[in-house]
Each structure stands twice: as C-alpha cells, then as structure tokens.
Design a protein around this ligand. Sequence first.
Ligand code: ADP
Ligand code: MG
Length: 397
Amino acid sequence: MAKQQAAQQVADHFTELYGSAPEGVWAAPGRVNLIGEHTDYNDGFVMPFALPHRATAAVSRRTDGVVRLHSADIDSGVTELRLDSLAPGTDSTWTAYPAGVLWALREAGHTVTGADIHLSSTVPTGAGLSSSAAIEVVTALALNDLYGLAVPGSRLARLCQRAENIYVGAPTGIMDQTASACCEPGHALFLDTRDLSQQQIPFDLAAAGLRLLVVDTQVTHAHSGGEYGKRRAGCEKAASLLGVHALRDIPHPDLTPALSRLAEKARRTGTADAEELVRLVRHVVTENHRVERTVSLLRSGDPRAIGPILTEGHASLRDDFRVSCPELDLTVDTALTAGALGARMTGGGFGGSAIVLTAEPDVPLITKAVEEAFTTAGHKPPRVFEAVPSAGARRLN
Ligand code: ADP
Ligand code: MG
C-alpha cells in the first residue's frame, strides 16, 4: 500500500511539473550482491538480489525529439535536452544516466522520439547498492513499454550498461543492470557473466527464520577508482601469464598447480608483482567456487549454511584481493562476535556496504553491536537496514 502511494506521489509530481498526467509509472530496484565479488570482469559468477529500495519514474512520450528530465532527489530543476544532440562524455551530472539510456536505445536502432521523465528513488546513492542502475533500468523499461520496443530485460540491461560505460563513462560490469531488470522476489539471481545465462535461485530468508542486514558504512575512500583499475589490470596480466582467456577458465581443483605455474612464470619473466598476482588469482578462483557452493546450498533449501561461505569471501577480499577497509572489517568482525551466521563486504570495496546473515531474533543485538562499535572507533554512524529479496523492474500503473 505504501508503495502504491509512493507511485501515486511520483505521478502527481509529474503532473505538477509537466502539466498533464503521465502515461505510466515504472519502478526498478537497487541490488546487493550476495556473493561473487570482483568476478564479473573475470568472466565469472555473481549472485545479486534486488532490494526493496527502488527508483520510481513517471514517464510520457513526446514527438518533438526533446527529453525533459527531473529528479525529486536532486535540486536542479527540469533539464531539457535534444535527442539529436546527445553525445557520450558531454554531461557530467545525474541526467547523463537517463539521457544515456535514450542515447543507447536510439543508437541500437530503436525509434524513440522524446520523453518527459520525472523520477524519485529510495536507493541510497554511492553506497554500492546501485542507485545508478536503478535509474537507468527504470528509464529503459518505461521507454521499452511506451514505445512498444519489446526488448527483453536482459537486453535492456545491456543497453543500460552501454549507457553507463560509454555515455556516462563509468567502467562497470553487467551485474547491476541485470539484477535491477531481472531479479524476482524471494530469489537471488545466479548470473554467469561470460554467457549471460541466468537462473533464479530460491532465497526466501523469512521462511528460514533468517534476516539479511545491509550495513551502509557511509564511507567512500578516495583511492577506490584507481585501485579498481589496478586489480582489474592485475587479473588480466595473471590470465595472460597463465595462458587463459580469463581467470574464470581456471577450475577450482586446478588452483594449487595453477598458482605454482603462475609464480614460476612470473619469476622467469622477471615480473615484480608475482606475489600480488598469486593473491588476485586465488581470490577470483575461490570466489567463483563460493558462488557455486552457495547456489547448491540454496537449491538444497539450506540458506543458513551459506553463512560461513560469506565470511570466507570477506577474508579473501580483505587478505588476498585487499579491497576492504577498517569500517567494513569492523562491521564483519563485530557482527560475527555478536552471533551473526556470516558477514562480508559487498560491492567493489574501500567503503560502501557490508551484508550480515543472521537468525531473526539476533537482529537487534547485532545492529546495536555494530552501531556501538562504530561510535567507539570514532566512525560516522552506519545506516543499517534489512534487505528482503524483492522484485526486479516492472510497471506499477
Ligand atoms: P551507486 O550506483 O553505487 O549508488 P554511482 O556513483 O554508480 O553509485 O551512482 C550514483 C549517481 O547516480 C549519483 O551521483 C547520481 O548522479 C545518480 N543518481 C542515483 N539516484 C539518483 C536520483 N534519485 N536522482 C538523480 N540522480 C541519481
Ligand atoms: Mg552505480
């Protein structure tokens, strides 16, 4: 009911702004990645699920080649752009995300002659929960429906990724947009980033007496962009030394001999960072394996048993991939001490959010323990909320 009211509010605001009621209202969620971190650019596995937090957009078509954009969350008024002057790299503000989607749709040959768009989102921005994908996907779905383009969700996700990579200029994988477009309630999405095949895996936490908390640390460490590039380059270098197309091609049972081969090859070729490459490979190969183990436990109806896998994943990101930070480590350590079944950082790292799997009765205790630990350590208070695996993008009315 509250959600229906929120949709009506977005429609009413549209009417006030543009002078007539919208043709429809759509929603697309943010996401959290359950397991499978830094695997997407290694052709590996990821496993996100959709959050109840979502972007809602009221949209109408136009026939004059103009797009008007407004966000309830940004104080910049209505932006008016001409479709024929949309070009990658020309917009460094928020409007690049929806404008980029219009650009990508038109570039792919779809007939879109303009739009009035008003959007509002409950996905926290910059917390690693994909507020950017939510506003891209909601825009794409609305235009897809209104213009009768009949593009399937997974393909819309690709177009949104192009918008973000090329139009906005942010190098992201395909996970965020696919999760926002394709997730289903009570399920996590097992996505193979190599062939983009996907499977809905039952992930009904409430039925198992479990809860999943998201702890948004509210920090972003300044070096995150450069470090992401370095990890990515390291993985590519290691794959090339190992003679494989991507690290995905190293099966888990071959990990130990592959690491010896890599160390040997690095020594022979005088590579200075052999030890670092070994750590990167170990993370990616074990992480893909953790996704597969998680899938099989969830399929067998045992969500509680994935706790230790999440915690192992955190140790691997902290010690081998080295993308954690004090706030994330504190969250994980505190939650585990307070009785959580498992916990790990989620997203690219160096800030953003952590997830905590817990039995339902332990939620207040764990929340309090994490909040107090942040206060004691002198960190800004975290935002803690419960993540219920929710619906992917859809039309509301
Ligand atoms: P994340 O996707 O992890 O939240 P990003 O940096 O990828 O972080 O995307 C955040 C950006 O997306 C914001 O800086 C803003 O430009 C845009 N954005 C997200 N939500 C909204 C919104 N409700 N209104 C306008 N712009 C938004
Ligand atoms: Mg983003």
